[in-house]
Design a protein around this ligand. Structure first.
Ligand code: CO
Length: 466
C-alpha cells in the first residue's frame, strides 16, 4: 500500500501564520502526549519565528520549550525550520555559531532539520547541513529545502537542477517550500514528476499555504504525482494563511487507498483540544479574521500574505495608504531588478520596503536601503537571476562586481562565544543561554535577567516561609 505521510504544523507554522507565533507552551502542553500517538511523519514545533517569539513576547526559554515537548512526545519526530546561515535570525552568523546551534538543537530534541536559504544559494546551507550530519543521532533527518517562487528564470528545469544539487550534497529528503501558496496544481504536477525522475526514491515533501485558495488542489495533484510527505495543520488551525487541514487530507487519502499512518481518533482529539485555544485568540484579537480568509491577490503579485500585511502596516504608519496600489505594482519591478529573489524572509521585507520607498519618493532608488545595498554587494549570496546593471553600478560604482564568495569564507569564525559570555556574566548558565544571546542579544538578556530575578524572589520567599 502506498504511503503519504503528514507533518503536523500547528505548533510552528500554523501558529506563526495565523497568530504571529504567540502561542505559549502552557496552551498546548496538555495535548502533547496525545499528539504523540497520532502517527505523524513529524511534528513541526520549533525554529522559524518560535525562538524569537519565545524570548521577545512570551517570556519563555525556547530551549526549555523544546526539551519539554521532547519529554512529552518521546515517539514522534520533532521538526524545526532553519534559515541556513541566518539560523533563526536575520543576519549571517559565523560558521562556528551555526555549527553550535545545530548541535544544541539536536541535543535538546530535534530530529528533522529542514534547512533553506532565501536565495536558494546552497553555499548558505552547507555549514548547517554538515553540522547536522556531524551531530546526527539515528533519528536525525536532514531535509534540504527549496524556496519556491515563480519568475521567468524559475523553470521546472532550474528546480530539478536544484534538487540534484541537494541530493549530491547528501540530504535525506527534499522539501518544496511554497511560502506564498502560489504553486498551482499544474506546476506541482510538473515539478514533482520532474524531480522524481531526477532524484529517484529520495522522499519529496510539499509545504504550501492556503493563502490563495489553491493548496488543496495543489496537494491533490502532488499526491497523484508521487509526493511522499505533506505539511498540514489540525483543522481548526488550518486554511487562510496557514496549511491545509490534517483531518481533511486524512479523509481524502483514505479514499485514494493511500496509507497516511494517522490514527483518526487521535487527530480528532487534537483538533477538539485546539478549538477553544483558537477561539480565545480570535476573541482577544490575536488572530485577525483576514488571515483566515482566501486572498487571491497573491497570485497576481506573487507576494506572501505576511508581506502584504507588513506593507499595509508600514503605509498606514506613514499615512500613505493611498499609495498601496502603486506600491503593490512596484514590487514586481523591484524584484526583477534584484534578479527575481523568492519573497521569503529576509528578502520579502527587503523588496517590500524598497517598493514602498520608491513609490513614496516618487523616484526609483532615490533612496536605497542598507539591506538592498548589501544584497547587491553579494552579502546574502548569489542572486537567482541577472540583476539590474544600472542599479548595480549605482550601488557598487561603475564596473565593480559583487563579491563572488560566501561572505563567511572571509570570516568563518569569530569571537561570538567569548563576547556573549563576557556580556552576560553570571546570567549565562548554559551554552543554550549563550546561543540565545548571540541570536537575539537584547531579548535574551532581558529574559535571563527576568529569570534571575524570579529565582531570587522565590529563594527570598522560601527563606521567609521557613
Ligand atoms: Co510556511
Amino acid at each position: 500500500m502506498r504511503k503519504v505521510q503528514i507533518t503536523e504544523t500547528v505548533l510552528r507554522d500554523a501558529n506563526q501564520s495565523l497568530m504571529a507565533t504567540r502561542l505559549p507552551y502552557s496552551d498546548f502542553k496538555d495535548i502533547l502526549s496525545e499528539m504523540d500517538k497520532a502517527g505523524y511523519y513529524s511534528v513541526e514545533c520549533w525554529g522559524g519565528a518560535t525562538f524569537d517569539s519565545c524570548l521577545r513576547y512570551l517570556g519563555e526559554d525556547p530551549w526549555e520549550r523544546l526539551r519539554n515537548i521532547r519529554q512529552n512526545m518521546p515517539n514522534t519526530r520533532l521538526q524545526m525550520l532553519l534559515r541556513g546561515q541566518n539560523l533563526l535570525g536575520y543576519k549571517h552568523y559565523h560558521d562556528d555559531v551555526v555549527e553550535k546551534f545545530v548541535e544544541l538543537s539536536i541535543k535538546n530534541g530535534i530530529d528533522v532539520i529542514r534547512i533553506f536559504d532565501a536565495l536558494n544559494d546552497f553555499r548558505n546551507i552547507r555549514t548547517a547541513y554538515e553540522a547536522a550530519r556531524k551531530y546526527a543521532t539515528p533519528n536525525t533527518v536532514v531535509s534540504g529545502c527549496i524556496s519556491y517562487t515563480q519568475s521567468p528564470i524559475h523553470t521546472v528545469e532550474k528546480y530539478v537542477e536544484m534538487c540534484k544539487d541537494l541530493k549530491d550534497m547528501g540530504f535525506d529528503t527534499i522539501c518544496l517550500k511554497d511560502m506564498a501558496g502560489t504553486m498551482s496544481p499544474y506546476e506541482a504536477e510538473h515539478l514533482i514528476k520532474g524531480i522524481k525522475e531526477e532524484v529517484g526514491d529520495m522522499p519529496i515533501v510539499l509545504h504550501t499555504h492556503c493563502t490563495t485558495g489553491m493548496a488543496y488542489m495543489t496537494i491533490t495533484k502532488a499526491i497523484e504525482s508521487g509526493v511522499d510527505v505533506v505539511d498540514t495543520a489540525t483543522s481548526c488551525f488550518s486554511n487562510g494563511t496557514s496549511q491545509a487541514a490534517t483531518e481533511t487530507l486524512f479523509y481524502a487519502l483514505q479514499q485514494y487507498g493511500i496509507d497516511s499512518g494517522l490514527n483518526e481518533d487521535v487527530i480528532n482529539k487534537v483538533n477538539d483540544f485546539f478549538k477553544p485555544v483558537k477561539q480565545k485568540y480570535v476573541d482577544n484579537g490575536t488572530i485577525n479574521p483576514k488571515s483566515m480568509a482566501t486572498d487571491s491577490q497573491a497570485l497576481v503579485y506573487k507576494v506572501p500574505g505576511g508581506m502584504l500585511s507588513n506593507m499595509i502596516a508600514n503605509l498606514k504608519d506613514m499615512n500613505a495608504m493611498d499609495k498601496f496600489d502603486e506600491a503593490l505594482l512596484e514590487i514586481p519591478s523591484v524584484r526583477k531588478d534584484l534578479g527575481y529573489p523568492p519573497l521569503v524572509t529576509p528578502l520579502s521585507q527587503m523588496v517590500g520596503n524598497q517598493a514602498v520607498v520608491n513609490v513614496l519618493m516618487g523616484e526609483r532608488y532615490k533612496q536605497i536601503s542598507k539591506e538592498v545595498q548589501n544584497y547587491f554587494k553579494g552579502e546574502y549570496g548569489i542572486a537567482p537571476g541577472p540583476v539590474s546593471k544600472e542599479l548595480q553600478d549605482k550601488i557598487l560604482g561603475e564596473g565593480n562586481e559583487p563579491i563572488d564568495c560566501r561572505i563567511e569564507d572571509s570570516k568563518r569564525t569569530g569571537k561570538d562565544f567569548e563576547d556573549a559570555k563576557a556580556a552576560l556574566g553570571d546570567l549565562c548558565e548554559t551554552e543554550e543561554d549563550m546561543m540565545s544571546y548571540i541570536c537575539f542579544p537584547d531579548q535574551a538578556r532581558k529574559f535571563l535577567e527576568d529569570r534571575k530575578a524570579k529565582r531570587e524572589n522565590v529563594a527570598k520567599y522560601t527563606i521567609e516561609e521557613a
